[in-house]
Design a protein around this ligand. Structure first.
Ligand SMILES: *Cc1c(COP(=O)(O)O)cnc(C)c1O
Length: 340
């Protein structure tokens, strides 16, 4: 039996229905704006996120990197993000190389910081010594923060501080739809107040390739220059966009199932003497738990359950559409044999 794959929600395989939709897609030359399916996806995501325009990109990383490049001016502009944010930990130093950004890491709780923390981090205007505060980024849901949902009120407070200081604001919505399903707050409520926002189709939504970055018409036109420069312009991308449209139609509501499975896993782990976790903190599809030796546990479990060690004392498990209730039971059984 293959191991239960809780490595990440990127591990999903396109379903039969999704493959059929891809095969049937109407296509054209995306680079010339002539792929109808990609254009339909862009229009749909722009509306979903409460923005004027959107652009299809090969990955969420490219969404973040292009957005940072759009907002950061040359000459020491500072970007404020939570310490565990994806552009800091997992984009190969891209913010330094591509945007020339100075990074200011904020110490949040579960990947979430407060408006007061942002306020305290903003540099005084006109200070010749300090970097220029320019951009604040929010990650919804928090990945390494454990799949936490930023409360809408807190998003609004952070945006209010940003506006008061004339900062730009960017939403990394890799798992925004998980937050939407968990909180029943519409995506546009979370995303509409940011200058740029994006969603990933290759996480819980189950598509093989693709992310869409939204913003004003002007910003998205500028994003196109960077897409072209980075080699992100595509040709008959309709076969990919069709998978994303299929995901929006079929794979959003079912995220609730992933959240139930994550909670079930968390409850099971909480009962094990060798695992530290507060199941109440598990809000979506990511479960991070404490153990004595994370790399060792992950290695010992590899044949039965695929997990990720985060540092030496934490393990991450992510549920997704290819993980069943039975898989969670099997994973808990395997973990209990080592930690019980
Ligand atoms: C996965 C992820 C990204 C990057 O998306 P890719 O499509 O893998 O490039 C960015 N931010 C967060 C929070 C993520 O989880």
């Amino acid at each position: 039996m293959p191991p239960v794959n809780l490595y990440s929600d990127t591990q999903t395989r396109p379903s039969e229905g999704m493959r059929a939709a891809m095969a049937a897609a109407e296509v054209g030359d995306e680079q010339r704006g002539a792929d109808p399916t990609t254009r339909a996806l862009e229009a749909r995501v722009a509306e979903l996120l409460g923005h004027e325009a959107a652009v299809f990109l090969p990955s969420g990383t490219m969404c973040n990197e292009i957005a940072l490049r759009l907002h950061v001016r040359p000459g020491g502009d500072e970007v404020m993000l939570e310490r565990s944010a994806h552009p800091i930990v997992a984009e190969a130093g891209g913010p330094a190389q591509l945007a020339g950004a100075m990074i200011r890491a904020l110490d949040g709780e579960g990947g979430i910081f407060s408006a007061a923390q942002l306020e305290a981090a903003v540099r005084p205007a006109g200070d010749r010594y300090a970097p220029r505060s320019r951009l604040v980024c929010v990650e919804q849901t928090t990945n390494l923060g454990g799949g936490r949902v930023w409360p809408l009120q807190q998003v609004r407070e952070v945006l209010a501080v940003a506006r008061r200081h004339e900062l730009r604001a960017h939403l990394d919505g890799a798992r925004l739809m998980n937050a939407v399903v968990a909180s029943r707050v519409p995506a546009s409520e979370y995303a509409g107040g940011f200058d740029t926002a994006w969603i990933d189709f290759t996480k819980g939504l189950g598509a093989p390739v693709g992310a869409v970055l939204a913003g004003s018409g002007e910003l998205i036109e500028e994003a196109w220059r960077w897409k072209q420069m980075l080699g992100g312009a595509l040709r008959q991308s309709g076969i990919l966009a069709a998978a994303c449209l299929y995901a929006l139609d079929n794979n959003v509501d079912r995220l609730a199932e992933d959240h139930e499975h994550a909670r079930m896993l968390a409850d099971g782990l909480a009962a094990l003497p060798g695992a530290r976790i507060d199941p109440a903190a598990v809000q979506t599809n990511i479960v991070i738990f404490g153990v004595e030796d994370a790399p060792k546990l992950v290695a010992q479990l590899a044949e039965r359950v695929e997990l990720v060690a985060i540092g030496n004392e934490h393990v991450r498990a992510v549920t997704h559409l290819d993980v069943s209730r039975g898989d969670i039971e099997e994973a808990l059984q395997a973990i209990a044999e080592l930690l019980g």
